[in-house]
Design a protein around this ligand. Structure first.
Ligand SMILES: NC(=O)c1ccc[n+]([C@@H]2O[C@H](COP(=O)([O-])OP(=O)(O)OC[C@H]3O[C@@H](n4cnc5c(N)ncnc54)[C@H](OP(=O)(O)O)[C@@H]3O)[C@@H](O)[C@H]2O)c1
Length: 314
């Protein structure tokens, strides 16, 4: 008789933490990691895969697969591959993950809005440098992407008194946020963003969306935050804008190629904060329940929650 098993693959997460959190939710399900090689069960037993950046061909032996769970919110690496099985793919949708991201984005926005970058520079030089604070109502923040993470971050920034406008593909209505949508609204959106925060998924439509021409539409001296995906921005164009001063500061958690090359001119820019893609992470404690819920749904033939549309790319 066919047994039922779950296979876990992620080099970025602690497998034991995920397997024990999932085991508490689904004690009757066999769970194995496949990080160091094939799982110790017949491949036909594997019905559920919980993965982050699994290697090419990973899914092929699992002929009875019924569900692929992406261990995060961004599914670009998963939907772009050509070896994806024809089964539902779900993303994590976890309020704790959104909160963690919103905190990170708020830290970046406040750091730029409260002139912390020039103060850090002055401190390094042993200089007492007074810059009169700009009040929050004078700093316009544009948030590109009003999804689970973007909308939470937009609300958090607005809560601190910053005028926030947000941009999405379809029309949205969010209290306290000036919501705009569609490519035709983007030029004006950018021209009104003293601080631009990128929170879009990486798709065919958003790849290099922020090219030299669009970055030039930002107000002179604008500040730039990217916590989404590096390839949404034309990185050489961003570097050129930082070098010219058109963009005066940046906080970058994601890059065109990760890890960022030691040769990148970004490393030497003291107006750029570089963090290694950790603005938010998947949290087993809070996310295991929703993975378990989707497995129960598959078992009972119900539609899964948080399903990704591979055609749309997110
Ligand atoms: N740095 C990190 O640690 C980290 C961690 C987690 C996630 N991320 C990144 O954050 C991204 C956003 O996450 P999320 O959960 O908020 O995503 P989401 O819920 O899928 O929402 C995506 C948002 O972007 C908008 N959008 C998509 N394509 C667009 C287009 N062509 N033009 C205009 N708007 C577009 C969507 O518009 P609609 O509302 O109209 O659909 C939606 O508002 C993820 O995709 C991932 O890449 C980064």
């Amino acid at each position: 008789m066919l047994s039922e098993a779950l296979v876990f693959y992620s080099k970025a997460d602690v497998a034991e933490a995920w397997l024990s959190a999932l085991g508490r939710e689904l004690p009757d399900l066999a769970m194995h990691t496949a990080i160091d090689g094939p799982p110790p069960c017949p491949p036909e037993d594997v019905q559920y895969a919980v993965v982050w950046k699994a290697p090419h061909g990973f899914f092929r032996p699992f002929v009875n697969l019924k569900l692929v769970v992406n261990l995060g919110a961004g599914v670009d690496a998963l939907v772009a591959r050509d070896d994806l099985p024809d089964v539902p793919i779900t993303r994590l949708s976890d309020p704790e993950m959104s909160k963690m991201m919103a905190g990170f984005v708020l830290m970046c926005v406040l750091r730029h809005a409260r002139d912390i970058v020039p103060f850090e520079r002055a401190q390094r030089e042993g200089r007492w440098r007074y810059i009169h604070p700009t009040t929050p109502d004078k700093v316009r923040v544009g948030v590109l992407g009003l999804g689970e993470l973007g909308a939470t971050a937009a609300h958090e920034i607005a809560r601190f008194g910053y005028p926030v406008h947000g941009w999405s593909r379809s029309p949205k209505s969010l209290p306290g946020i000036d919501c705009r949508h569609g490519l035709e609204t983007l030029p004006q959106f950018l021209s009104e963003s003293d601080i631009l925060v990128v929170m879009l998924p990486l798709t065919g439509e958003t790849r290099h969306l922020l090219n030299a021409e669009r970055l030039a539409l930002l107000p002179k001296g604008a500040k730039f935050v990217n916590v989404a995906r590096g390839p949404i921005v034309d990185e050489p164009a961003l570097i050129a804008a930082l070098q010219s001063g058109h963009i005066s500061e940046a906080s970058l958690d994601v890059f065109e190629h990760e890890p960022l090359s030691p040769d990148s001119p970004l490393w030497a820019m003291d107006n750029v904060l570089i963090t290694p893609h950790l603005a938010s992470i998947a949290l087993p404690k809070s996310a295991a329940a929703q993975i378990a819920e989707n497995i129960r749904r598959i078992r009972s033939g119900e539609p899964v929650l948080n399903r990704v549309d591979p055609g749309r790319g997110y």
